[in-house]
Ligand binder design. Structure first.
Ligand code: TXA
Ligand code: MG
Length: 318
């Protein structure tokens, strides 16, 4: 059963305590309801993907109570600070290079070198974030493929029994997701139109490019096939291993490769999800390895997202 919490000091404190325990808590923001979890805990973030039944590890937005706590995790530019002063708290998400020292888990950022950060306008949401004292990863609180929820009832109808609690702060004021602006490259790029208009951003930044689907512009990561490809070729569904291959193991490892990184010795998909990006990076850095061989991963639950990401890593490079 999912607990329905009201937006009182007690309800907020309870929601914050659950988040600190690594549980999933949906909460209202001014845009839509988010499905929150501790962004620094890989298994909490993996649970978001499992609850949403998302067949893919999209990067998630990390939420903060104020600009200072948000900018502690990224390399903030002058433009980012100007926009934060003008539009935060509010429906604007900024994508910036992640700092090497951030405790935010690489599953939250789907292994990308950037992080999406946002300070929501909702008072209740910020009280929750302040009380939790953690970066909170939160995609919209709907099942994959459904529309974003703008009330606690919407969330309950899709996720009842799949998440620990919902903090009910009433209907969302904006009802449309945040605008996502990528400031990690040489020019600002609008990745998703939303609650803050492009014109409002252009008043501060000048002309902003729209994400294109060519290989030179940054864009919504879901559209990329081999964006996360390691340097080494990737061979999937390996049931044997060559001496020069680096093994990404699932379950009892094959023997004979030049090195092994175990996603989960016991065959646990949640554990594997938390170790995927670290594993690809570690094996990719193996001196002398000819390829990364990946053992078969069952195609159910989080296995769908794991296989999706591995297929991208193995896709031909263009
Ligand atoms: O209004 C909102 O933004 C809501 C509330 C809950 O804050 N959240 C939301 O999250 O809409 P979600 O996961 O449904 O959409 C987040 C989008 C995804 O399309 C994802 O690809 C993009 O943000 N995103 C996240 N991190 C990114 C990154 N490092 N680079 C580029 N895009 C990123
Ligand atoms: Mg969404």
């Amino acid at each position: 059963m999912t607990e329905l919490l009201s937006a009182t000091p007690e309800g907020i404190a309870r929601a914050a305590a659950l988040l600190r325990e690594g549980k999933l808590v949906a909460f209202g923001t001014e845009t839509v309801y988010g499905l929150g979890a501790d962004a620094t805990k890989g298994d909490a973030v993996a649970a978001i993907f499992a609850a949403k039944q998302r067949p893919r590890f999209n990067p998630l937005i990390s939420h903060f109570p104020d600009a200072d706590s948000a900018f502690a995790h990224v390399a903030a530019t002058q433009a980012a600070r100007l926009l934060a002063e003008e539009f935060w708290p509010g429906p604007l998400t900024l994508v910036l290079p992640r700092l090497p020292a951030t405790p935010i888990h690489d599953l939250t950022g789907a292994g990308l070198p950037t992080l999406a950060i946002r300070v929501p306008a909702s008072e209740t949401a910020r009280a929750l974030l302040r009380s939790a004292g953690l970066p909170i990863a939160a995609p919209s609180a709907n099942r994959s493929g459904q529309v974003s929820p703008t009330s606690a009832q919407h969330v309950l109808s899709e996720l009842d029994g799949r998440i620990e609690a919902i903090l009910d702060s009433g209907p969302c004021a904006v009802g449309l997701e945040s605008t996502i602006l990528d400031l990690s490259g040489p020019r600002p790029v609008l990745l998703r139109p939303g609650g803050i208009s492009r014109e409002a951003l252009e008043e501060i930044l000048g002309p902003i490019a729209r994400a294109e689907s060519d290989d030179h512009a940054p864009r919504a990561p879901g559209m990329l096939r081999s964006h996360y490809a390691p340097r080494l070729p990737v061979r999937l569904s390996a049931t044997s291993i060559a001496p020069t291959e680096a093994l990404l193991a699932f379950g009892p490892p094959l023997t004979g490769g030049c090195t092994t990184f175990s996603l989960s010795a016991s065959g646990d998909l949640t554990e594997a999800a938390t170790r995927l990006f670290a594993g690809l990076r570690a094996l990719d850095a193996t001196p002398g390895a000819s390829a990364i061989a990946v053992m078969p991963i069952p195609h159910h639950g989080l296995g769908l997202a794991l296989n999706d990401r591995l297929e991208r890593a193995a896709a031909p490079r263009g």
